[in-house]
Write a protein that binds this ligand. Structure first.
Ligand SMILES: [Mg+2]
Length: 191
């Protein structure tokens, strides 16, 4: 049985440590059930495809915190090149791909290649050394501590249940406030 996105993110929350967590699209609406840390960043609106780049930038700009990026399969398809970019600038980025086969927040359309495209293989082909694939909740529970520690880049593909009838979630606070909060947590002067 596939894990739900709630289950996948609950496991993630229990092992995130002091990593920054960047959520996108569906995960933006779920993550606040498990965390409200200044090191959380809801990258919405208009973020589809760009979260790995943001995560890499944050990882290269400071070394204290690793960056967990929670992406969807639809988001990955919009910027597959980001997998190559992660190998060009090694940093502690942990890219979690929630594979539900759907564009949930735009009406539940099927993602191209759903059930056939193997994102783990694509990540390996891009040159990423640490790639994991978890099809069950038990598998993710067993692997999560290892996946979310050590040197990045890391890619983990999680097969999760799709949900129909979702709307685009809202960030828990306005973007300006989120940026100020994250900067304060990272001791970056606000301008
Ligand atoms: Mg999806």
């Amino acid at each position: 049985m596939l894990m739900t996105q709630q289950q996948a993110l609950e496991v993630l929350a229990s092992h995130r440590g002091d990593n920054i967590v960047v959520t996108t699209m569906s995960s933006v609406g779920i993550w606040p059930q498990f965390s409200d840390s200044p090191l959380d960043f809801a990258y919405i609106p208009s973020a589809m495809g760009h979260a790995p780049g943001l995560g890499l930038g944050l990882a290269l700009a400071q070394k204290k915190h690793g960056i967990i990026v929670v992406n969807g399969d639809g988001c990955m398809l919009m910027n597959l090149g980001s997998l190559v970019t992660l190998t060009q600038n090694p940093a502690n980025v942990y890219l979690v791909i929630l594979e539900n086969g759907l564009y949930e927040v735009t009406g539940g359309q099927k993602v191209a290649g759903a059930g056939r495209t193997d994102f783990a293989q694509i990540a390996r082909g891009a040159g990423i050394q640490r790639v994991y694939d978890c099809d069950t909740l038990a598998g993710w529970q067993d692997a999560s501590a290892q996946v979310l520690s050590g040197l990045g880049p890391v890619v983990v593909c999680l097969k999760v249940e799709g949900r129909i009838g979702q709307k685009t979630p809202k960030a828990p606070r306005p973007m300006r406030e989120q940026i100020a909060r994250l900067k304060e947590a990272l001791h970056i002067p606000c301008s």
